[in-house]
Write a protein that binds this ligand. Structure first.
Ligand SMILES: CC(C)(COP(=O)(O)OP(=O)(O)OC[C@H]1O[C@@H](n2cnc3c(N)ncnc32)[C@H](O)[C@@H]1O)[C@@H](O)C(=O)NCCC(=O)NCCS
Ligand SMILES: Nc1ncnc2c1ncn2[C@@H]1O[C@H](COP(=O)(O)OP(=O)(O)OP(=O)(O)O)[C@@H](O)[C@H]1O
Length: 201
């Protein structure tokens, strides 16, 4: 099974591109979605012990958590120590399941792939990227996004140029969906040729 790590800085188009892989029939594990689900399940108890004011109605309120983090960026570390091991557990279950099923290619969509040293677990790394002005415009147009929150998150991420330098493939998401779809198809074609020739070697 080929494990593709899909990453990129905030607003560069990870989720959209993950959707394009899914359209081609590739199973995707989305780390942000996993985090959101954990906040309704197994992460509630440990987070309530460290950030009691962020629990509303028995679940973690991401807006309250974001406000806390914008005020105290040092708290990211405490939060990540709780969340990242739980995210890894879910990832492992996803990979085990697809190995058992004989799935040829899967995508792990991980915003902090490089920052958490995850690249060693991937066979190939795809980085999504676009011009910084487009990135800023996309992110600031989101509801509840502020300049402060954007800057806080960006400061915790590896610069885009460094990510691109470490990638096996870079997808430019600044040229529209059709272009991104064509880039996804071309990557999958190339990988299937590579694994085909490896099998016949
Ligand atoms: C900060 C939180 C509350 C913001 O929630 P919100 O719903 O507004 O955004 P969402 O979760 O969709 O994340 C949006 C983007 O922010 C960036 N981001 C999220 N967490 C982090 C982080 N710890 N460090 C750097 N960037 C981050 C990523 O690019 C991500 O794709 C949330 O992202 C969170 O709990 N993060 C901590 C867990 C984590 O590290 N997640 C990253 C993937 S494992
Ligand atoms: N190839 C593309 N062409 C046009 N617009 C795109 C493309 N890819 C992404 N976008 C747009 O950019 C915005 C951000 O995309 P997306 O949510 O996929 O980013 P992300 O990297 O997952 O963000 P985050 O890091 O916050 O999770 C969305 O409004 C999306 O419609």
């Amino acid at each position: 099974m080929i494990v593709i790590g899909l990453t990129g800085s905030i607003g560069m188009g990870k989720s959209t591109t993950a959707g394009l892989f899914a359209d081609e029939g590739v199973p995707v594990n989305d780390a942000d979605k996993v985090v959101h689900d954990l906040y309704r399940n197994e992460a509630v108890k440990p987070i309530s012990e460290v950030f009691p004011n962020t629990i509303v109605g028995g679940v973690v309120d991401r807006q309250l958590l974001s406000q806390n983090l914008a005020k105290n960026p040092a708290n990211f570390k405490l939060l990540e120590e709780i969340v990242h091991p739980l995210v890894r557990d879910r990832e492992k279950r996803f990979l085990d399941h697809h190995r058992e099923q004989g799935t040829p290619v899967v995508v792990l969509d991980i915003p902090l792939l490089f920052e958490t040293g995850g690249e060693v677990r991937m066979d190939k790394i795809v980085v999504v990227s676009c011009a910084p002005e487009i990135q800023r415009q996309r992110v600031l147009s989101r509801p509840r996004m502020t300049q402060d929150k954007f800057e806080t998150i960006l400061a915790r991420q590896m610069p885009d140029a460094e990510k691109r330098a470490r990638a096996d493939y870079v997808i430019d998401t600044g040229q529209g969906i059709d272009s991104a779809r064509a880039q996804v198809r071309s990557i999958l074609n190339e990988l299937s040729k590579q694994s085909g020739s490896a099998n016949h070697a």
